[in-house]
Design a protein around this ligand. Structure first.
Ligand code: C5J
Length: 229
């Protein structure tokens, strides 16, 4: 066991039962030529999560932690796209339409893929999710349970949408979640702040919030180095 300095209070991490979950770090959300940017969003607000997430990912891989990636998107025939999601926002160009990097949020298209900086290694599961939450209509829960995972270290975008939804779903399923504050991001700074506050409010009603430095310090290789000092 190792202790992560977190809010609202320290998180007792069991590395053998923990997994790093990286939510929707997709080109269409993060790259300047993608769908998010085409909608007028400032992608630099999301891109600042890339370097700390890369560092945490390297340490987690080195520590032998399981890593799971998710991507939001739909089948090419859009059979899994609810009409209510397709029409939401009254966008001239929306999900399934041709976008700057292929059909928007459609599996197999360039923009749907994960950014190069955080690309999954062979053997790291990629969960394709049609919803905001990573548990909805996916096999994520089964994969975690089959591996004996009870704790999630959560990174990704966006803080108030897919990260928050996933953490709430995970919390209801009994997982302890630590959201890594500098490894989650939003196009809206006020929603990012509120999204983190909602998670750790009321004694950690949905989970804990910690910095990537604090998580890295608690991961096995580093925890043992701390112990040797
Ligand atoms: C995610 C979204 N990944 N904001 N999607 O947060 O639509």
């Amino acid at each position: 066991m190792a202790t992560i300095e977190a809010e609202p209070y320290p998180f007792e991490l069991d590395p053998a039962r923990a997994s790093l979950v990286i939510i929707d770090m997709q080109r269409d959300f993060l790259e300047p030529g993608g769908f998010g940017a085409a909608l007028g969003n400032d992608v630099s607000l999301l891109r600042r999560t890339i370097a700390p997430t890369r560092r945490l990912l390297d340490v987690a891989r080195g520590a032998g932690l399981g890593v799971i990636h998710t991507r939001e998107g739909h089948r090419p025939d859009l059979a899994d796209l609810p009409p209510a999601k397709r029409t939401r926002g009254r966008l001239a160009t929306g999900i399934g339409d041709p976008g700057p990097m292929g059909r928007i949020l459609v599996r197999g298209e360039a923009g749907h893929d994960i950014i190069a900086e955080l690309y999954p290694l062979p053997g790291e599961p990629v969960v394709d999710k049609p919803g905001k939450g990573a548990f909805h209509a996916t096999d994520l829960d089964a994969m975690l349970k089959n591996r004996g995972i009870a704790q999630l270290i959560v990174c990704g975008v966006t803080t108030e949408v897919c990260v928050n939804t996933t953490v709430r779903e995970a919390n209801d399923r009994g997982y302890g979640c630590v959201v890594v504050a500098d490894c989650v991001g939003s196009y809206f700074p006020e929603f990012h702040e509120a999204g983190l506050r909602m998670i750790k409010a009321q004694g950690g009603i949905f989970g804990w919030v910690a910095s990537s430095d604090a998580v890295i310090a608690a991961l096995p290789a580093n925890a043992s180095k701390e112990g040797m000092r």
